[in-house]
Design a protein around this ligand. Structure first.
Ligand code: PLP
Length: 279
């Protein structure tokens, strides 16, 4: 793979960063994953806008205007330029002597590369999940490379044979370790409101648009764990996850929800495939 680093394209084996890069010392950076369906970017403007938001929140001074073209170039340079792919990009605050203090004159480190990902046939991959306490920080709206809590939550799930870990805080679901959660109850779709407790998912945004277009009622409210027994459908969304039906939810070893793929999940998937593929 070719990667873009330090203002140039290079083979990944040659791409190295300083041990004093703040992304290495402090996870002081943000990242983004943008999908390409059959070589064509989907919602790339939204992904760039989220990068901009995160940089502002972290006070990282970086000009995002070239990111769009860099992402296209990463895919064009790859051997899979007409296939399904995604671009990973990361912007670190840059290199500085190790200190909590952030110096003024510091040049951010941009890393970017394309990778192949299978975005087809996701519709009937049912996810069996667990749920546990959300022990992340209180700025989950920032797509930070500091993903230790997310990777620990994900590992707790995968090592116990589950596909994802749904997190809850104060008795209400926030989001998955790398996904947004949607609940369907009495034909109404519920998802956590935007804010500091969740990442504003781009797929979340797309699904909310789909609901609007399909006349499906949405409530952006935190859903209580105690409400699981009244739920008809659960699905998870994310850039590479797309829209995944949840087949069961287990909390502390007890199965609290079990279902086949629901009607609303299926309708949203169908429309999602049209919007991502038929462009
Ligand atoms: N929530 C978290 C914690 C994530 O890491 C992600 C990213 O994959 C999502 C939600 C979904 O966001 P998006 O739909 O923009 O990929």
């Amino acid at each position: 793979v070719e990667v873009y680093l330090n203002d140039q394209w290079m083979p990944s084996q040659e791409a190295t960063v300083s041990v004093f890069d703040r992304s290495f010392m402090f996870a002081d950076g943000i990242y983004e994953v943008t999908p390409f369906y059959n070589g064509k970017p989907f919602r790339i403007e939204d992904h760039v806008a989220r990068v901009k938001y995160c940089l502002q929140q972290m006070n990282i001074d970086f000009d995002i205007s070239a990111l769009h073209d860099f992402m296209l170039e990463a895919v064009e340079r790859s051997t899979f330029s007409k296939e399904d792919a995604a671009v990973y990009l990361q912007i670190s605050r840059g290199m500085a002597p190790r200190s909590h203090f952030i110096p003024q004159e510091i040049k951010p480190t941009l890393l970017l590369y394309a990778f192949q990902v299978n975005l087809a046939d996701f519709e009937d991959r049912h996810w069996k999940v667990m749920a546990s306490e959300d022990f992340r920080w209180h700025r989950c709206d920032i797509k930070s490379t500091a993903l230790l809590a997310n990777t620990m939550a994900n590992d707790a799930a995968l090592s116990a044979g589950y596909d994802e870990n749904l997190l809850f805080r104060n008795g209400h679901f926030t989001e998955g370790s790398h996904t947004t959660i949607f609940f369907v109850k009495n034909k109404t779709v519920y998802t956590h409101p935007e804010g500091r407790q969740i990442l504003s998912g781009i797929t979340r945004k797309v699904v909310l648009e789909l609901c609007r277009d399909l006349d499906i009622v949405v409530k952006e409210e935190a859903f209580p764990v105690s409400g699981l027994k009244e739920v008809d459908e659960i699905f998870l969304t994310g850039t590479t996850t797309q829209i995944a039906p949840v087949s069961s939810v287990t909390i502390e070893g007890k199965e609290m929800f079990a279902s086949q793929k629901g009607e609303i999940t299926a309708r949203l998937q169908e429309e999602f495939v049209k919007r991502t593929r038929e462009r």
